[in-house]
Design a protein around this ligand. Structure first.
Ligand SMILES: [Ca+2]
Ligand SMILES: [Ca+2]
Ligand SMILES: [Ca+2]
Length: 255
């Protein structure tokens, strides 16, 4: 009975496939990205990106119908963890319920109020904040991933947009965000522009029409912060880059 029903359908599909491949076997269409970038005076472009995502939901627990989340690293709640190499990876979904969890192949994370000068005094001349006065970096690696969760819950989530403010991008096309869908496929890699003024800030932000981003990989220049490693513009051989504000669409429960 089942076989009898299936065969005519299969035959019909085969005929259709012969007559028009593009209708029956369409190539997968990647979601269309809207990309904003800026360097120099980045504030207006960052505001434009915020407005694309909607009003801030702060640290409100639970999935909100729309809007954005934003991590500035500056809140007093982080103070006990600042200027050390063990900033909690889940701070921004446990202590502060913003739906963000971080991973790195390095040894930890550092939220820093001194432009990382306690790691290497030369860094004070390289790194500036966007939001006063703390900035952030992984330790032992120049790469970190942000995963999304429903705010205040361990439930995996997806978001429609992701943007990062960077400090001291010196080399082109090395500082990037790469976005991944739930199935692990890449949604694209997007580079931050090289710094253009004394403030040294750069921004790149990407939005999609739908919440399709399950993971964001942030690559910071070409090397990791360390006591014996100087930036490429200060006698070193690698481009050191750190980050400030992370701005992303409201994390929506993934299905
Ligand atoms: Ca900040
Ligand atoms: Ca530099
Ligand atoms: Ca640099």
């Amino acid at each position: 009975m089942h076989t009898m029903r299936f065969m005519p359908l299969a035959a019909a599909a085969a005929i259709a496939a012969c007559s028009n491949d593009s209708l029956t076997n369409p190539a997968p269409v990647p979601p269309q990205a809207t990309v904003l970038t800026a360097t120099g005076s980045i504030a207006s472009k960052v505001d434009e990106f915020r407005n694309l995502l909607g009003p801030s939901n702060g640290g409100t627990a639970g999935e909100q119908p729309s809007g954005r989340r934003e991590i500035t690293w500056d809140g007093a709640g982080a103070n006990p963890f600042d200027n050390k190499n063990d900033f909690p990876a889940s701070f921004f979904n446990t202590n502060v319920k913003s739906g963000a969890v971080f991973t790195t192949a390095g040894t930890g994370f550092r939220n820093d109020s001194t432009s990382f000068a306690e790691i290497n005094p030369t860094y004070a001349a390289q790194f500036r904040f966007f939001s006063a006065n703390k900035i952030f970096a992984p330790i032992g690696s120049n790469q970190l991933d942000q995963l999304f969760q429903v705010a205040g819950q361990p439930t995996p989530a997806v978001t429609r947009g992701f943007g990062v403010v960077f400090s001291d991008v010196d080399l082109a096309d090395k500082t990037t965000i790469q976005l991944f869908a739930q199935d692990g496929s890449s949604l694209g890699t997007f580079a931050a522009p090289v710094r253009s003024d004394d403030a040294g800030l750069s921004f790149v932000g990407v939005t999609f029409d739908q919440a399709v981003i399950a993971r964001a990989r942030i690559t910071l220049g070409t090397g990791a912060l360390a006591a014996n490693v100087n930036d490429v513009t200060d006698g070193g051989t690698v481009d050191l880059v750190v980050l400030d504000n992370l701005i992303y669409g409201e994390p929506k429960k993934a299905f």
